[in-house]
Design a protein around this ligand. Sequence first.
Ligand SMILES: [Fe+2]
Ligand SMILES: [Fe+2]
Length: 168
Amino acid sequence: MPGSLGHLTSRFFEVLYAQPLRSEEVLEVESWLGPAQAWLFFSQTTPDQRHGYQAALVARDAGLGPTGMRAALLHDIGKRHARLGVVGRSIASLAIKTRLPLTKRWRLYRDHGLTGATELAALGSEPLVVEFARHHHGDRPPAIPERTWEALQLADQPAKTERKRAVE
Ligand SMILES: [Fe+2]
Ligand SMILES: [Fe+2]
């Protein structure tokens, strides 16, 4: 499932106003990921790259190391298969939440965690990276420690965190 109504609303505006990563941010991402993971990351849309990058910064601020940052960077890579824009994502999310019949692309969007996890596992990604992608809209799996899970969940709310930072 794509997430709660609050999460979806934040993501709507985040997607709408997302700016491409600057050259120095691209270099940072490339330094955090291997070549195959970086290819996946940069195959995402601009809003999803911005979301993953922001999530990695929040994860780092929360005390997570490189593996946690990679989990944050890559958790939504499965979304790119659905090829939905901001309006399409909103409609898909409403359809999922209200249990309407889903089109193929809406099902791809709903299942982006599992799809991304499968791709990341095929690249030999660390278990935390794979398991966070798989479960990030669900419940914490036993393999992810509680503190790590909470930090990654916080990282997956970058719009809220950006607002929080702006008033600090
Ligand atoms: Fe997601
Ligand atoms: Fe996300």
